[in-house]
Design a protein around this ligand. Structure first.
Ligand SMILES: Cc1ncc(COP(=O)(O)O)c(C=O)c1O
Length: 366
């Protein structure tokens, strides 16, 4: 049987197992010291005053928006070329998503379309730049539109742990930054988990209450809230994972460089463009090709796993179509969704595996 090239890989070692077992044995599973320590270290990594551990990246987005008061009558500018969970919290809160197109080379929000859509939106209150695939969004454009319309900036940094823009970490570039620890992410907590980071004391306090049944520090239920807590076992694994994040991101960047070197002269393959004012942490390595579905099938036959992130784009999913009164104008998003292909990418991918993937793509186009 052909040996598989896996799309991704989840790291577990003795240190992680030891920390997890120790936490199990501590019998302290929620509201304990490990979540607090992960919050402290994560805030330090991002350069923010606060970090609030929550049950998923989706919860981080939802609770941030709720804490900031987003609700019915508000418009929130979002890309459609992203994971569903960037947008679903907006609708869950009764607000209206206004979809913005992307730059087809960097895959992040188009500043021009953002400015255009913000000036046409009814009561725009917020914007959600997504640092998609690990590359920071063009934040100078986001900041300028946010300033002009007084928008709250919720960064969706669920794919960009450790990325920087003009020397600052993603998560610290807007009013709130939201992270996911889903197992395939650049770091995980061995299950679902998430974190929101902010410099805003009031927002952090409200988010802490919202994740814990609306309780204040004295245990009083001072607002409506559900349970979106991160647990101690997860945090224990997360602490160990966080200690490797910088090295793993460097390994991902090296893998991306090798793909570039191998595939740079294949005319059918459009490589992702890296901005020069930040660091890309390559959660995903996404190329564009003319006959994506056929190539994907061919690679699968060669034992090479790939992914598609995302087709259909959010505004064309059945759930979203039920919510939208008219189809938004998103020519680039709709053009690239049938062209994108995510190649195997993780910190432990070997040069031999990258070469095998690249050779197979080259063979397909010969
Ligand atoms: C861009 C983006 N936003 C939001 C999320 C939601 O995170 P989670 O799966 O932890 O809820 C994810 C990850 O799945 C994501 O990739």
């Amino acid at each position: 049987m052909t040996e598989q090239v896996p799309f991704t890989d989840v790291y577990v070692d003795d240190d992680i197992v030891e920390r997890v077992v120790e936490t199990l044995e501590s019998r302290r599973y929620v509201k304990g010291p490990r979540v607090q320590e992960l919050e402290r270290q994560f805030a330090e990594t991002c350069g923010t005053a606060h970090a609030v551990g929550v049950s998923s990246g989706t919860a981080a987005l939802h609770l941030s928006m709720k804490a900031a008061g987003i609700g019915p009558g508000d418009s929130v500018l979002v890309p459609a070329h992203t994971f569903f969970a960037t947008v679903s919290p907006v609708l869950e809160l009764g607000a209206e998503p206004v979809f913005v197109d992307v730059n087809p080379q960097t895959y992040t929000m188009s500043g021009t379309d953002l400015a255009r859509k913000a000036s046409k939106a009814d009561n725009p209150q917020a914007v959600v730049p997504v640092h998609l695939y690990g590359q920071p969004a063009a934040m100078h454009a986001v900041w300028s539109v946010a300033d002009a319309h007084d928008l709250t900036v919720f960064e969706d940094s669920c794919q960009a742990h450790g990325a920087t823009y003009r020397g600052e970490r993603t998560g610290s570039l807007g009013d709130v930054g939201c992270f996911s620890f889903y197992p395939s992410k650049n770091m995980t907590v061995a299950g679902d988990g998430g974190m929101l980071v902010t410099d805003d004391d009031e927002l952090a306090r409200t988010a802490r209450q919202l994740r814990n049944h609306g309780r204040d520090a004295d245990g009083n239920h001072v607002r409506l809230g559900l349970n979106h807590r991160l647990n101690e076992v997860s945090a224990a694994a997360g602490l160990e994972q966080l200690s490797h994040l910088a090295d793993w991101n460097a390994d991902r960047a090296a893998a991306a460089a090798r793909y570039r070197e191998n595939l740079g002269d294949v005319p059918e393959v459009e490589l992702p463009v890296e901005r020069d004012n930040g660091t890309h942490v390559y959660h995903l390595f996404v190329v564009q090709v003319p006959d994506r579905d056929d190539l994907q099938l061919y690679l699968e036959e060669q034992g090479i796993q790939t992914g598609i992130h995302y087709d259909p784009p959010v505004h064309l999913t059945p759930a979203m179509q039920k919510e939208l009164s008219e189809r938004p104008t998103l020519p680039e998003t709709e053009r690239i969704c049938s062209r994108i292909l995510s190649l195997p990418m993780h910190p432990r991918i070997t040069d031999a595996e990258i070469d095998r993937v690249s050779d197979a793509i080259r063979r397909y186009y010969e």
